[in-house]
Write a protein that binds this ligand. Sequence first.
Ligand code: HEM
Length: 145
Amino acid sequence: MTPAQVERVQDSYSFIFAVGTPFILSFYDKLFDIDPALKPLFRSELSAQSEKLLMALTYVVKNLHDADRLLPVAEVIAKRHLTYGVKREDYVKVGQALIQALDETLDMRFTPETHQAWLAAYTLLAGIMCNAAYGSRDEDNLPPP
Ligand code: HEM
């Protein structure tokens, strides 16, 4: 991510944070439209979950420029996601739902540059998390021994 992209994500996130729970609910709506089969994975009460998600997003967005802070936390969260039954391909669906929810919530603020910046941020984070949880793509592509 470029420093300008980090700044765009951080600036637009302050609006998302102020919106709070309705943003998270919009995200879940989009996600369950994309794949209703993911619904049973989410067992906790939505209000508790949206609180945790907002806190995690806040931490990630704040530390986008600081891999030393981002990596260990992302890796721990990714490994917990294995126990929820999350699969690698689900990260694509969550990325799509996130972009759609951002588009809806940020509306005119969701400029093409801001869109690109969030895509870059999610791709970075999802890459770190998938590598931690499922191994790197390169390893996956190795032929069987
Ligand atoms: C950038 C990617 C993601 C981030 C930062 C993230 C963050 C979080 C956080 C902070 C929690 C709260 C509990 C915990 O810390 O373990 C959580 C819970 C959860 N996440 Fe994610 N997540 C991501 C991707 C995904 C994906 C791809 C799925 C697949 C559907 C998913 C499904 C879940 C589920 C099922 C829970 C547990 C809900 C419950 O308590 O019932 N997450 N996530």
